[in-house]
Design a protein around this ligand. Structure first.
Ligand code: 7GP
Length: 832
């Protein structure tokens, strides 16, 4: 494989200003030219998509100029590089983001206007690449933005799924899934690097033999070979020249493979093998924090990790460096355990391909990787059935056995006599069936291990990774998550961005701590008025979308109370439903009561196989149907389930929030990042002391945060003492009424069975302690209501809240990763 970057002759004829200039006239000419020369269209027959493509290619030319300059400079100056390995990247639409980072949003808007086009209308057209499930994938996208903005040499490696996360529709209140065919109109943001490909082996067996020097060698004879082809997307930083690479691998059949069968006249098997190969990068697994031990998933993981490591080694060796120094060139961050097989794969490449001895290979490997954990849920900790694993990756099974043998020898001495601890640390789990523990492989193979919020990192040390912490305390760190202010403020909320910049300048966009400068304006009546006006306009815009999508009228003067995230029992969307029904009952009993009108907005996808989560969606919609149409309520409370939550929709929802609901059971949400985006956009948080909520509350001040519920310690205590949800139910008449009402079929056309699975699990099990937190949640919501009545005070709280969110920029997170884990430095890129 060649690296295929740049044209290597120093002179780049395509860099002339007419191709890359940033002025209105040049942009106009570029768009017109692209319409003709790329799309083959003229204005009379051009479609909206043709125009979108014409603009996208104009932007891409400008990206490429910066990308080539970045890559050239990295190669020439041989910088240390971060490789971020992630099975998911939830990027969101590219066009508007690239315009902002290039600093040509206004110019492009003007160019469009002069061509009789509406830029915003075209931006709406873009189909987003939904190559991730939720928090973990979106974090990877924010980190790519920050790496480029901080001018850090980095490559993001992942999978180019042909189908991303499914599209959600709601029918009769139930979630239905549709495939996400995001590539159907082409993807102008990627460049296929046909020449850059690697062969990836699967299955088969391992031959051992002695070489001429008498050394024991291993030869993996695969059953299947798949080709991984690189597709590159440039990721531009904000107002810098740095454009890093997101390199996603697509699986294909190697030419030789089908060719052989073809010649043998076996057309069917030729076509078949092509399908098997292409299947590997076909579709993203739609599970969030829940593993599905499928062969294809393991194949996906190994496929992209092997392509990526071979690519890194290739880059390193082409720079004339020695394989022995690999860990000095690259630091590889594992985004959860999905790429953890990389530890065994790097050992294989170093030993079987590059002929290193075990000790040296292990020394390099264990200095290369660092591991981020994203969840405390035991059901999300990846394990692989050992037999399945061995049938897909026979050589890696051998290597893992040997890694484990050496480790267990060490641990046996270190932990003399503590068999239980040793077996918990072992990479291999025993039981009716043996299994491989990927978190243990990641911990052993990495020089650093981190959680994603302070509380989460502490809990890791006390619970799921306790034994690892006690054995290797020096590896453990915290890196609190962050979000990019470019997408989540500048792009999603230009109105608030302009208002903020009108008072404190634009520096905050790159240095979010500067938001602090807003604090004095919290006492300025004029600023407060403008602040609330922006919020009102964003609520109006969202109301319009809700009307268009769902035919439902919501009042932008009402409080917008927002709970948007993946649907999961631990995230407790159903606790919110209990609150809504409680409020509904209060009004029914006292129709003239003085109630603050509220619009409850939910959004989020449920894993297609997660029955209870799907039932939670149905419950939300069923309650909405009754509440929204009850004349006694008279529109004072409304319940909305906004379908198909994704990055595009999130950008419309966050700016319209008055209240941000962050109500997970304490100790379950590793960090959360939606909490940061909502708060940054001026929403006040109702939350438990969970994940990054703890740190948000510390920063914004407890007087600007609506706290409720048990702490993580209390949750653990209640559970250990034997939690009895039934007691809460029988002792709290309001709670009892709500549950009985759901069970009576009040919200389900008198069908009393629909929600039984859900209510039973609450009454008899309630793992997530909804009943224990119920009253505290209701009481806190009453305080929210009181606070909202005083709009002037609310405005003040909202402004202070945003002003104090500086810590939660992904720029801050990435700085910390660079300084404390990766040891990489910024490299400003110059354009020639
Ligand atoms: C999520 C966590 O649930 C969320 O709290 C965190 O903010 C986010 O990662 C980013 O760190 N985890 C996942 O999305 C996930 O799939 C299983 O975790 C590995």
């Amino acid at each position: 494989a060649t690296n295929g970057n740049g044209n290597g002759n120093g002179h780049s004829p395509y860099l002339e200003d007419s191709r890359t200039g940033l002025g209105v006239d040049t942009l106009k000419r570029a768009i017109r030219n692209n319409l003709f020369y790329v799309q083959g269209k003229f204005p009379e027959i051009a479609t909206r998509n043709d125009y979108y493509m014409a603009i996208a290619y104009a932007v891409r030319d400008r990206l490429l100029q910066r990308w080539v300059a970045s890559v050239k400079q990295y190669i020439q100056e041989k910088h240390r590089v971060v490789a971020y390995l992630s099975a998911e990247y939830l990027l969101g639409p590219h066009l508007a983001n690239n315009l902002i980072n290039l600093g040509i949003y206004k110019e492009t808007e003007q160019a469009c206007k002069e061509l009789g086009l509406d830029l915003d209308w075209l931006i709406e057209k873009e189909v987003e690449p939904g190559l991730g499930n939720g928090g973990l994938g979106r974090l990877a996208a924010c980190y790519m933005d920050s790496l480029a903005t901080l001018e850090v040499p980095a490559i993001g490696y992942g999978i180019r799924y042909q189908f991303g996360i499914f599209e959600q529709d709601i029918r009769d209140g139930w979630q239905v899934e549709d495939t996400d065919n995001w590539l159907r109109r082409g993807n102008p943001w990627e460049i296929a690097r046909r020449e850059l490909s690697y062969d990836i082996k699967f299955g088969g067996y391992v031959q051992t033999y002695l070489d001429r020097a008498g050394k024991l060698c291993f030869n993996w004879i695969p059953e299947l070979v798949v080709k991984g082809v690189a597709y590159d997307t440039p990721i531009l930083g904000y107002k810098v020249n740095t454009a890093n690479t997101l390199r996603l691998w697509k699986s294909e059949a190697p030419h030789s493979f089908d060719f052989q069968s073809f010649n043998a006249g076996d057309y069917n098997s030729a076509v078949n093998s092509k399908i098997i190969c292409e299947n590997i990068s076909k579709v993203l697994y739609p599970n969030d924090e829940q593993i599905e031990g499928k062969r294809l998933r393991l194949q996906q993981q190994y496929f992209f990790v092997s392509c990526s490591l071979q690519d890194m080694i290739g880059i390193h060796l082409r720079q004339g460096e020695k394989i022995h120094d690999f860990h000095k060139k690259f630091v590889v961050q594992l985004n959860d355990t999905h790429p953890a097989i990389g530890v065994a794969e790097l050992m294989r490449l170093l030993m079987d391909v590059h002929q290193l001895e075990w000790e040296e290979a292990w020394d390099i490997t264990s200095k290369t990787f660092a591991y981020t954990n994203h969840t405390l849920l035991p059901e999300a900790l990846e394990t692989w059935d050992l037999q399945l694993f061995g049938s897909v990756l026979p050589r890696h099974l051998q290597l893992i056995y040997e890694i484990n043998r050496r480790f267990v020898d060490y641990a046996t001495i270190k932990l003399y006599g503590n068999h239980q601890k040793i077996s918990s640390l072992s990479l291999i789990g025993e039981g009716p069936r043996k299994y491989i523990k990927m978190a243990n492989l990641a911990c052993l193979g990495s020089f650093a291990i981190n959680g994603v919020a302070a509380l989460h990192s502490e809990l890791l040390k006390k619970t799921v990774l306790k034994d690892w912490y006690e054995l290797m305390p020096h590896k453990f760190q915290n890196k609190t998550n962050g979000v990019t202010p470019r997408r989540w403020m500048v792009l999603a909320n230009p109105e608030l961005t302009n208002l903020i910049s009108s008072r404190i300048g634009e520096g905050w966009i790159k240095n979010l701590h500067e938001l602090k400068g807003l604090e004095p304006f919290a006492d300025d009546p004029e600023f407060r008025k403008e602040w609330m006006q922006v919020k009102f306009n964003k609520k109006k815009a969202l109301a319009k979308r809700i009307k268009k999508r769902l035919g439902l009228d919501v009042d932008p003067n009402s409080m917008f109370d927002i709970l948007v995230k993946r649907i999961h029992e631990y995230k407790r969307q159903h606790l919110k439903v209990l609150h809504i029904i409680t409020l509904y009952n209060q009004i029914k009993k006292n129709p003239n009561m003085d109630v603050v009108p509220r619009t409850f907005i939910f959004a989020g996808k449920a894993a297609p196989g997660y029955r209870k989560a799907k039932l939670m969606i149905k419950l939300i919609n069923s309650v909405g149907e009754i509440v929204n149409n009850d004349p006694d309520i008279n529109g004072r409370i409304k319940v909305v389930f906004y379908p198909n939550y994704n990055v595009t929709n999130a950008q419309k929802i966050y700016p319209a929030a008055d209240v941000s609901e962050q109500i997970s059971t304490a100790g379950k949400e590793a960090s959360g990042t939606g909490n940061m985006k909502l708060s940054l956009n001026g929403a006040l948080t109702v939350g438990t002391l969970d994940g990054a909520n703890v740190e948000i509350r510390e920063c914004v001040g407890e007087e600007n945060f609506f706290l409720f519920g048990l702490t993580a310690d209390e949750v653990a205590k209640v559970k250990s003492e034997g939690y009895k949800p039934w007691d809460y139910y029988s002792e709290n008449p309001n709670l009892k009424e709500v549950i009985d009402q759901i069970n009576s079929g009040y919200f389900s056309h008198l069908d009393s069975k629909v929600f039984k699975e859900l209510t039973d699990s609450l009454l008899y099990d309630d793992q997530y302690l909804l009943f224990a937190d119920y009253q505290s949640y209701i009481d806190t919501q009453a305080k929210v209501e009181e606070a909202f009545k005083d709009q002037d005070k609310w405005a003040r709280m909202s402004i202070l809240n945003t002003a104090r969110m500086g810590k939660f920029s992904s720029d801050r997170s990435i700085r910390e990763y660079c300084d404390e884990i990766w040891k990489v430095e910024s490299v400003p890129v110059t354009l020639d």
